[in-house]
Design a protein around this ligand. Structure first.
Ligand code: PGA
Ligand code: ZN
Length: 422
């Protein structure tokens, strides 16, 4: 087992210019690994705690110097000199933290170390990171994830000009990452022209690089996406399909969904989603209901059937207890996996295994605040994710992951998951 010799960390800036943690783990063998932690804006309330300094005079309180100190002092002193495997290290950090939501040491400190150790251990073993992740989860390396790429943005990522958060392109006909990206580029260019003409705005983009013109409503976002696919000479549905991140928690107040027009109750919201599914080529609907609307998620799943993924992000928060409850209730059919929602690789692996054992699909996802680090691509491949969600193709913190997928594709020759697989 690798022995940790030294843990260090640095406060760096994410794609929104906000501080985050970059951790480095050096092993006794001399091998070392560095990893950076992402950060969400459209967060679920069951996420573990991202520790911020709270000093209003510095980055509006968002500084990460305390979390950095927790890596370089507390975690270093407690863990250096000892041999660990990934599960043992993650368990030790959870125990050292001692809180249910990683509030003492900070999930950003803990995840930085969990990831940096993974990189160092992969280097020590002489294997690519995706293979280390595959071995960790006991998953055969067989496929690459299908791309789901942000085209249009709204909600918390775009100043709320329209309530729903993302309309994504799913290049279903593409057999390779390379083809999927080329198709996405064509649609993105067509969409930029179409929206500039229609809304008279320049190609303004949101946090994840999606186009964010002043759509009058969610239906316009969906219709414009279909029009852009057609304008690019591709077939909506069979060539390029759509996915939607409704992020419904963020427009749900006092039991009503404020989607524009009259507020909807849960049944009305489910009707609206089923209507979108009938009118547009949608293969996946994320957070179609609010994170605490437990009673109605099973109806949503039943209404959308097996041909549309009912994907839980804020609803599940990569949290094994929430996932178990949702499986028992028949409340979803897919997990959106964000490692920093739970704070260690081992707990995220448990979340993945629960979802897969229940026959669910897994979408491995970035956050809206990202860095140039590319470990997410290795994770999505290593854990056999059916889909990956990274954002658009216009910003380098996203492209780092797409470019890493291209490199993994060239190195392994693995095929992209076909739909429906299995
Ligand atoms: P984030 O949200 O801003 O919390 O990263 C992205 C998402 O909802 O999928
Ligand atoms: Zn989401």
């Amino acid at each position: 087992m690798p022995t940790i010799a030294r843990l260090t960390a640095l406060e760096i800036l994410d794609s929104r210019g906000r501080p985050t943690v970059r951790a480095t783990c050096t092993l006794a063998s001399g091998a070392s690994g560095t990893a950076s932690v992402p950060s969400g804006a459209s967060t679920g309330s069951a996420e573990v705690l991202e520790l911020r300094d709270g000093d209003p005079a510095r980055y509006g309180g968002l500084g990460c110097r305390t979390a950095v100190r927790h890596v370089a002092e507390d975690l270093h002193l407690a863990l250096a000199g000892q041999p660990f495997d990934q599960a043992g290290l993650d368990r030790a950090m959870v125990a050292l933290d001692g809180t249910p939501n990683k509030a003492r040491l900070g999930a950003n400190a803990i995840l930085g170390v969990s990831l940096a150790f993974a990189r160092a251990a992969a280097t020590e073993a002489g294997v690519p990171l995706y293979r280390y992740f595959a071995d960790l989860a006991g998953v055969p390396l067989a496929t690459l994830p299908r791309l789901t790429i942000n085209l249009f943005s709204g909600g918390k990522h775009a100043g709320g000009q329209v309530p729903i958060q993302d309309v994504l392109l799913v290049p279903v006909a593409a057999r390779t990452i390379d083809e999927g990206l080329a198709a996405t580029y064509a649609v993105y260019q067509a969409a930029a022209e179409l929206t500039a003409r229609k809304y008279g705005t320049r190609a303004l983009t949101a946090d994840e690089g999606g186009l964010a013109p002043p759509f009058p409503d969610a239906e316009a976002m969906l219709a414009d996406a279909v029009a852009a696919i057609e304008a690019a000479g591709l077939a909506p549905g069979s060539g390029v399909a759509l996915a939607v991140d409704v992020a419904a928690s963020h427009f749900h107040r006092e039991g009503r969904y404020h989607l524009g027009g009259d507020p909807l109750d849960s049944a009305g919201m489910i009707d609206r989603l089923a209507g979108w599914r009938a009118s547009y080529p949608i293969v996946s609907i994320e957070d179609g209901l609010a994170e605490d609307d437990w009673a109605n998620w099973p109806t949503l799943r039943a209404r959308l059937g097996d041909d549309t993924l009912v994907l839980g992000d804020d609803f599940l928060c990569t949290n094994p207890a929430r996932i178990r409850r949702a499986i028992d209730a028949g409340a979803a059919s897919a997990l959106l996996l964000k490692v920093n929602q739970i704070g260690t690789l081992s707990e995220a692996a448990e979340a993945r295994a629960l979802a897969r054992d229940a026959g669910w699909h897994v979408t491995v996802s970035a956050r809206s605040g990202e860095t140039e680090d590319d470990w997410l691509a290795d994770l999505a491949v290593g854990w056999g994710g059916q889909q990956i969600k990274v954002g658009s193709i216009t910003q380098s913190e996203r492209l780092a992951k797409y470019n890493r997928l291209l490199a993994i594709e060239a190195e392994t020759g693995l095929p992209v998951v076909t739909w429906p697989e299995e």
